[in-house]
Design a protein around this ligand. Sequence first.
Ligand SMILES: Cc1ncc(COP(=O)(O)O)c(C=O)c1O
Length: 352
Amino acid sequence: MNTITELLAPFPRVRLAHLPTPIEALTRLSELLGGPKLYIKRDDCTGLALGGNKARKLEFYLGAARQEGADTVLITGAVQSNYVRMAAAAAAKLGMDCHVLLEERVPGVDETYRRSGNVLLDRILGAHIHSYPQGEDETGADRRLEQIAQGLRSQGKHPYIIYLSAEHTPLGALGYVNAADEIVTQITEQRLPIQRIVIASGSSLSHSGLLLGLRILGSEIPVTGVCVRRVAQLQFQRISRCVRNLEQLINLAQPVVTPEDIQVFDGPLPPGYGRLNSQVIEAIELLGRTEGILLDPVYTGKSMAGLLALLRAKRFDELSGVLFVHTGGVPALFAYEPALRGVEAGDGGWHQ
Ligand SMILES: Cc1ncc(COP(=O)(O)O)c(C=O)c1O
């Protein structure tokens, strides 16, 4: 047993993800850009209803839910939330009910956004869908989940809430503490020259868990979180808090993550969460056309746009290799079809 296996052993866990996910070389993209060798961690391939980073987190939440004897899972997220879709899938797999709260986080959306992509999958997976008019009130959304849970209790059900706001224990981040172990093992076994990792940073649980896991293992690899939800300064605070809570949760004798370890970049964030810009569209097209890899409009399109911007600014020129974590989210592409109409077929048109 290594340190991380030992630290995570007390936490109940259900196996939901296909692990380990592969690390692949982005050979054509690296050649095209001419900087460090680029690699991709395929966490879009975790299985569980089209995959993504949330499968790793849900293993711990659903483990806790099962231990408590829960029969219903409650979760909140944006209308096109991947987390919600995967929680609905996990609940179905474990024979539980799932109630989802869909928050209005993105202004000016259309009918396709409301019905296609993850929303269609939520329906197929049998989720009970509730809506919440606010998109920037995490505590309010959590409170609404508590009200729904109260109603379910009065019907004799045993609900388990997966909370969103930062004041709650970041149990799901343990999935990315574990991912750090997986990545360090792959780097060692495959002798990969990786000297930096880039990952999307939203709730920050994936970023925080990964960073903490690396430092617990004694790895000094820097991690850049590309902000997809809030500006760098606020995201820095969110990660600091999450890391401290996580260190407590796993009873670390002393902190291992320093403030300098917390690195965030918010270049591609405007005009805001879930909203496209030309850098994101370029990133989606580029990965599709050089590597045959699909990115999503909300998370991995933005985080890849961040990596491309940092590479072009020559920030990583001295490095041998950079690992991009593909956190999933691809079903949302279909919901963003109207916003992606600018993406042309190969030569700009269709062949008859
Ligand atoms: C596809 C995808 N990537 C990245 C993230 C961000 O992960 P985290 O919330 O752990 O920061 C999410 C979260 O919603 C996601 O769905």
